[in-house]
Design a protein around this ligand. Structure first.
Ligand SMILES: [Zn+2]
Length: 334
């Protein structure tokens, strides 16, 4: 199912951002190990030497269907997708999952930039396994793996926001288990892609909880900590998106239309994180799309650049007032 074509940043009204949202869950053993190996393999550098700015902006890219014949602005061809990933790799972006991003666990090499790759609607063009158990050609997971092989610093990790009966060609149990085992994150996109704004509080809570249950039933033990709102539509009672009976999310994702601020910045809005639709430079509404935004980030002065040390938050001293108080102890101004 597609999202309406609207500059959806408008949906993230200030009132919606006030809703509470926990970001205090502690890292699992595998996450700690990943952070440690990232740190060991990529020694931290003098922040000034790499121009580190860990209070800069981060693109959270949004993908839907890969198809040879795009039928809407939400579709991209496999070739477009491959070209975009290669551009990201060449421009020193390193993917992190939505979960790691929203909780400030960004363990990437010095001088590189985080990018969050998100996939909505659990279509077969994203995840389909062949008879041999490997990703089928031209699926998103196949192209991610091929890009990482070509550019070893590019980590093939993404967040898949799924509905009930996800990835029907493979079967949700098999597909979600494969994603988990390969370092991807499975997030919730409600069970039937309901427009949460159109439902009452009980209905919105149920749609989210049922989506969560469908994931856990298909792949028991999955920890679901992120939600993408169908159509980018916030429930009327916005706090219901992040927290309700049977679920609790530390990141809630919108549909458009600009980069996110750093999770270490005081302006970070975990209850309404903006995303950027993948789009070519001449596609409809290209100014809200990924090609133009990647141009602007690279040309501007507000781009997240890592210092390679996941324990510190390094930034030019002039940006001190952008820091969220919760990260004051990790701050490394220079
Ligand atoms: Zn959707």
């Amino acid at each position: 199912m597609r999202h309406p074509l609207v500059p959806l940043c408008a949906l993230a009204g200030a009132a919606l951002l006030a809703s509470g949202c926990s970001s205090g869950s502690s890292p699992t053993a595998e996450e700690q190990q990943a952070a440690a190996s990232a740190a060991a393999g990529n020694a931290a550098k003098d922040p000034a030497e790499v121009g580190a700015d860990e209070l800069g902006q981060v693109p959270v890219l949004m993908y839907h269907q890969l198809t040879e014949k795009p039928a809407s602005v939400y579709d991209r061809t496999p070739a477009d997708f491959r070209a975009e990933l290669e551009r990201l790799a060449r421009e020193k972006y390193v993917p992190v999952t939505a979960r790691d991003f929203q909780t400030g666990r960004i363990g990437i090499p010095a001088g590189t930039h985080p990018v969050v790759l998100t996939f909505d609607d659990s279509t077969n063009s994203q995840v389909r396994l062949g008879d041999d158990g490997n990703p089928a050609p031209d699926t998103a997971i196949a192209i991610l793996a091929e890009t990482a092989k070509k550019y070893p610093e590019f980590k093939p990790v993404a967040t898949f926001f799924v509905n009930a009966d996800a990835f029907s060609a493979t079967g949700s149990a098999k597909a979600l288990t494969w994603l988990k085992e390969h370092g991807h994150e499975v997030g919730n996109h409600t069970d039937r892609h309901q427009n949460l704004r159109s439902l009452d509080q009980a209905g919105a809570t149920k749609a989210i909880a049922d989506g969560q249950q469908a994931i856990v039933k298909a792949a028991p033990g999955t920890r679901v900590t992120s939600l993408a709102l169908p159509f980018g539509a916030m429930p009327q009672e916005s706090g219901v998106a992040a927290r309700g009976t049977g679920y609790r999310y530390d990141g809630v994702y919108l549909v458009g239309a600009n980069p996110s601020v750093s999770p270490y910045a005081k302006d970070f809005t975990p209850a309404a994180i903006p995303r950027i639709r993948s789009a070519g430079p001449k596609d409809a509404d290209a100014e809200f799309g990924s090609s133009r935004w990647l141009d602007k980030l690279a040309a501007g002065k507000n781009w997240y650049i890592s210092d390679g040390d996941p324990k510190t938050v390094a930034f030019p001293r002039a940006s001190q007032d952008k820091l969220a108080p919760a990260f004051a102890k990790r701050a490394l101004p220079y």
